[in-house]
Design a protein around this ligand. Sequence first.
Ligand SMILES: [Zn+2]
Length: 318
Amino acid sequence: MMTFSQLALSPWPARVFAFTWGCVWGSFVNVVVYRVPREMSLVRPASRCPACGAPVRPLDNVPALSWLVLRGRARCCGARISPRYAVIELLGGLTSLAIAEHVTAALPVTAAPWHAAAVFMAEFALAMALIAAAFIDAEHMYLPDPITIGGTLFGLATPGLRDLTWLDSLFGAAAGFVGVWLPLVVGYKMLRGRAGMGLGDAKLVMLAGAWFGWWGAAFALFAGALQASVAAVTLVLVRGKIEEPEAVRADREELRRAAAEGDPDAKKALEEDPLATEPGEGLMAARLPFGPFLCLAIVEWMLAGDWIRDRLAWRGGW
Ligand SMILES: [Zn+2]
């Protein structure tokens, strides 16, 4: 039988393929980031200019390159196109490349090619979903259930790809959810009158546990919090304050208008949704979405978890 090492004999074509593959899917992640919060279909219609609605020509839809060639403007109407589109496409390519390198290094050379392909595809799908979740949360401060819960179920279904037992995966998911939900959602609310973290964050840590066991969930939470703190301090030092995302403010105004016109659902949402009040003053009350930092930490653990665990000498123990 052919082994994985025989497939990996020519790494450069494989690297170019992995990068291109990631850029193409990064282009789809852009569609998810734009359409899911607007409750639009992911398949129809084909890509349109976000400014004037003209269909995008296939040649102008080449990941990242089109944005560079057109210098960040739409060919149809000349509107500025956010660099976010090119950034997400390149991020997709680089992440795909990193996962390919990681799979090559982590699997034994005797591994069957189909096994290597399954590990790559699973990790790649998770990474693309996390990139989408990170950008949606950064803009709208919410994490879509299809990503957090769907990703958890995917993790529970595939523990064998990561040398985990089904019980490791189940316990990790439960520990991840309860470990965030109990102290940071329920407990915090009792103490301070509002949740310290959203339910979406708890579901994202649950996903980390389903994929990588309870240590993966613990790493996601602590590394995520550390990175968020560094970002918060940096933002305050550079800009003087942490701005609430524009879309969150717009959603709140929309909700207030609906409530003023007597919509009962809008009134209920205004009373219950913590985002429905203006953010308070000071660093502790600032609204920094936590999801992007959790997503980053989960990808870090996926790529370097083994290495980190070796350094922490947990291997022989738990
Ligand atoms: Zn246009």
